[in-house]
Structure formats: C-alpha cells, structure tokens
Design a protein around this ligand. Structure first.
Ligand code: CA
Length: 236
C-alpha cells in the first residue's frame, strides 16, 4: 500500500518560495511526485491540465487568489484541496470550506502535521475510488435516496452534487436517524479522530449540505439543529 500512496502527485500553489521549497523537499522525501506553481493563474492551469492527486493551495497569491483558484478547480474537479491559511485569518478557513476546499492547515504548521493531513486526504479519495466499484446499497428516506456504498444521493430522482465530506456527514447522520450528535462528536467521527480542526467546520459543512439537500435551507426537513446540542437527521 505504501508504494501506492507514494506514487501520488501533489501540486503546491504557493508564492513564498521558502515555504514551497521546504514542503516540496519533505514530500519528495516521502516519495511523492511534486509540482509547483508560484501564482494563482499558473496554479489553476496546472491543476486542470495535470490532474494532481492533491492540491496544496495558499490563499494570498499573485494574479489570482487561492479562493478563486479553489472555486474554479471545483467547477470541474473533485481533487482534494488543502488550503494553507494564516493563523490570524480565521475567516479564510470558513470561506475556503465554503468554496469546496476539503481541509486547511494553519501557518505556521509543522511538517509532520502537514504530511499527516495530506496522507489522510489522499487516503479518503482512495477509499472513495474503491467504494465506486462496490455493489449499490440504496436506502430510502422519504424522497431522499442514499447509496451508502457508492457515495451517491438522490432527491426526487435527481443526483445531489455533494462533496465527499458532505456525503459522509449525510451518511453518518442518516444511518443514525433521530440520534443527536454534538459538533465535537461529528468532527471526531466524520472528520477523523486525528483532525485538528475547529467545530465551525461542522457548521459550514451542514450549511453547504442543506443548500444542496433542502427545499428551503432556512427551514430544513432532513438535517435538523438541536439547539445548544448539535445536529440530527430526520426523514422528511
Ligand atoms: Ca502567499
């Protein structure tokens, strides 16, 4: 399995060459193939042309910022995107996730943490690829159908365009219908025990999921808020 992980290609889009160089050095030491871009336009071009297995994306970039790059990549690709955000820019984390980033790492970060996150995000994509070859396991919740094995959800017969994380959250809650989970529990169970993120990540993902799933996201019928506690799934 190690060789499979290590043949993966990573694109670093970061204009600070000192940061880019040290990440590249460490990833290559791990056996990854690494490409670099130093501005947003070139980064977007490489992201679309070379279809890397994961993109490390800085926010502040010349020519096109990281948010725009993220948005444009997401129009056509589900490649995991890990955003590099500055510690003081709390808003960046939330905005990045809103635009479809899978994860973020706060600068300054430790190389071990960064590599652990990269591995975890690539592993998730591999799991998904296996799932897509699995037999269907469709469960119906009113007019919502969830294929638990193949990571597909349909509402009134129309496929929902969910990210991997949105789907995993939906699946986790739907499989445990009516049970209420705190944000901390969801972060641990859906995002993974080793996840360093903050609980707003859960709120942002719930909001995105509702926008795709609910007729009226402000009056949800599936993903319900239990005030002061957390979230639960209810069939509409
Ligand atoms: Ca920068």
């Amino acid at each position: 399995m190690e060789t499979e992980i290590n043949s993966k290609r990573i694109l670093i889009i970061e204009d600070e060459t000192s940061i880019s160089d040290i990440i590249k050095f460490n990833l290559e030491k791990e056996g990854y193939r690494v490409d670099t871009a130093y501005d947003g336009q070139n980064g977007l071009h490489k992201a679309l042309e070379e279809a890397p297995d994961l993109i490390l994306l800085d926010v502040m970039l010349p020519l096109m910022d990281g948010f725009e790059v993220c948005k444009r990549v997401r129009e056509t690709s589900n490649t995991p995107i890990l955003m590099l955000t500055a510690k003081e820019e709390e808003v960046d984390k939330v905005l990045g996730l809103e635009l479809g980033a899978d994860d973020y790492v706060t600068k300054p970060f430790g190389m071990r943490e960064l590599i652990a996150r990269i591995k975890a995000n690539i592993r998730r994509t591999d799991v998904l690829a296996d799932k897509l070859n699995a037999p269907a396991d469709v469960q119906a919740f009113g007019n919502l159908e969830i294929d638990m094995n193949r990571y597909e959800a349909r509402k009134n017969g129309t496929a929902l365009d969910l990210t991997l994380r949105e789907f995993e959250l939906l699946k986790y809650l739907a499989e445990r219908e009516d049970r209420v989970f705190s944000r901390e529990q969801l972060l641990e169970e859906v995002w993974g025990y080793e996840y360093y993120g903050d609980i707003r990540t859960v709120d942002v993902t719930v909001r995105r999921l509702r926008e795709k799933l609910e007729d009226d996201p402000s009056d949800p019928q599936y993903i319900m808020t239990k005030r002061g506690i957390g979230y639960h799934f209810k069939r509409a």
